[in-house]
Write a protein that binds this ligand. Structure first.
Ligand SMILES: Cc1cc2nc3c(=O)[nH]c(=O)nc-3n(C[C@H](O)[C@H](O)[C@H](O)COP(=O)(O)O)c2cc1C
Length: 227
């Protein structure tokens, strides 16, 4: 089998191909379209794709800020932020909001985006966002030149038009956008279901390595809950 193998350079700790391959392979990444304000109330908007959920109950999320970022500075100054989720049709203006501008420029006003007041935090949310999360600063981790902020989610707003009859998000109506490498994006346009099997002895025994697994188990093990 032929394959490409790349490793972290020992001397510099980084090299372009190695980083490029990782950034372009760990995809698609959800995009946090982060809305903040400084202490004086000046707004800021920028996308962050080194972003994901951290804990479930209560829900927290993480965003990585590489180098100096106004969004990070504002979160540290006020402790509050909104994560607008990017869905179909929003990637172009979301990308425009990543233009490197002085902190004095409010990207929300610059790009002519309408906002809706938030309920629990001072920064408003974007009217175009199908989903928005109101968050407060919880903790921070320093990783090389990057600061990872963990935020506590206080509230979620979801447009009625992305919900199914039971009030849950219908992903095919929501059509979230993910970041691929560089300037490439993707939209969720299909979904399929796989149910985690109950790890019964019958199911284990029917797997390719089932016989050995049953011997190793001796008796059936208590089942853990899967999330
Ligand atoms: C789709 C997308 C995702 C991005 N993700 C990140 C990220 O995870 N971390 C980061 O530091 N910068 C990221 N950037 C770059 C920032 O958005 C950019 O530096 C922006 O100007 C920062 O704005 P701010 O200083 O107003 O916060 C991303 C840019 C784009 C277009």
């Amino acid at each position: 089998m032929k394959e490409l193998d790349l490793y972290l350079a020992d001397d510099t700790g980084s090299n372009f191909d190695f980083i490029w391959m990782i950034k372009n392979s760990v995809v698609p990444r959800p995009i946090a379209w982060v809305q903040t304000q400084n202490a004086a109330g000046r707004g800021n908007l920028a996308p962050y794709s080194y972003f994901n959920l951290v804990s479930m109950d209560p829900p927290t999320l993480m965003i990585s800020f590489v180098g100096q970022k106004d969004s990070y500075d504002n979160i540290k100054e006020t402790g509050e932020f909104v994560v607008n989720m990017v869905s179909e049709g929003l990637a172009e203006v979301e990308t425009a909001s990543a233009a490197i501008l002085p902190a004095e420029v409010d990207e929300i006003a610059l790009l002519g985006l309408a906002t809706i007041p938030s309920t629990r935090v001072a920064p408003p949310r974007l009217a175009v966002a199908k989903v928005a999360l109101e968050c407060v600063f919880l903790s921070e981790i320093e990783v090389y030149d990057t600061r990872v902020i963990i935020g506590q989610v206080l509230g979620i707003h979801a447009d009625d038009d992305i919900l199914d009859e039971s009030g849950r998000v219908d992903v095919l109506k929501y059509r979230p956008v993910g970041r691929l490498g560089g300037s490439l994006y993707t939209t969720v346009t299909n979904q399929y279901r796989h149910v985690v099997p109950g790890a019964t002895p019958e199911w284990i025994g029917a797997q390719p390595g089932g016989e050995a697994a049953l011997v190793a188990l001796g008796a059936s093990e208590p089942q853990k809950e899967n999330h």
